[in-house]
Design a protein around this ligand. Sequence first.
Ligand SMILES: *[C@@H]1O[C@H](CO)[C@@H](O)[C@H](O)[C@H]1NC(C)=O
Ligand SMILES: *[C@@H]1O[C@H](CO)[C@@H](O)[C@H](O)[C@H]1NC(C)=O
Ligand SMILES: *[C@@H]1O[C@H](CO)[C@@H](O)[C@H](O)[C@H]1NC(C)=O
Length: 193
Amino acid sequence: MLSLLRLLDSVVVACLLLAGSSSTDALKIISVSNGQVQGIWGKLEICPDGSAAVGYQTQNDQLDVPLHDKTALNSIRLFCNDTQGTNITSTLGDTGIWELRLNCPAGEALSSFRLRVEPYDSANSDNTAVNSIQFNCTDGSLLNYNGNTGGMWGEFSADQCETGICGLETLVQPLGGTLTDNTAVNDVVFICC
Ligand SMILES: *[C@@H]1O[C@H](CO)[C@@H](O)[C@H](O)[C@H]1NC(C)=O
Ligand SMILES: *[C@@H]1O[C@H](CO)[C@@H](O)[C@H](O)[C@H]1NC(C)=O
Ligand SMILES: *[C@@H]1O[C@H](CO)[C@@H](O)[C@H](O)[C@H]1NC(C)=O
């Protein structure tokens, strides 16, 4: 995790340098410790300059479909408060239903998060990794859409984004054919504004 975060840091710094940013503020990445490890880290996506992520929605597998390889949480979409209402996703999963969009109270932005995770178990032929996500807004209010219910809620990210979350990068296991136990989203990190 540490080397990944360091890599992520240098990618972000490189992007800012390319964009000619003169900001010298240290970039803050918030993460949790109960993510899983399968898959490939996606592209870092960031809200347009001057905007922050003020709402989100997730794509979740339907529950209890017989003979179905459950994958639980498949995708996370953040909504920015620029005038276009840009949305950012990093890598998307392949299945499931887009759930309701939830928003922070007016003037607030997403600030911290926690993940509901089913830890990998080799004796289990249908692992699901991340099942659900909750966010706190900058005023401390909680955004919760039920999502899938496997596993346990972990701790909230130790750090929070005081001025809001502005970007995300997801770790998603790609579909691997009918003999693969797919798990979709395994972990996610967010970048502060
Ligand atoms: C997200 O943005 C894409 C364009 O990048 C747009 O086509 C899509 O409709 C948007 N989705 C939502 C739910 O706003
Ligand atoms: C977006 O939200 C952030 C955090 O609430 C706020 O500081 C900023 O002014 C907002 N930007 C726009 C374009 O509304
Ligand atoms: C996030 O929300 C939870 C549930 O309401 C609360 O217990 C916690 O203190 C909040 N954390 C922060 C940093 O606001």
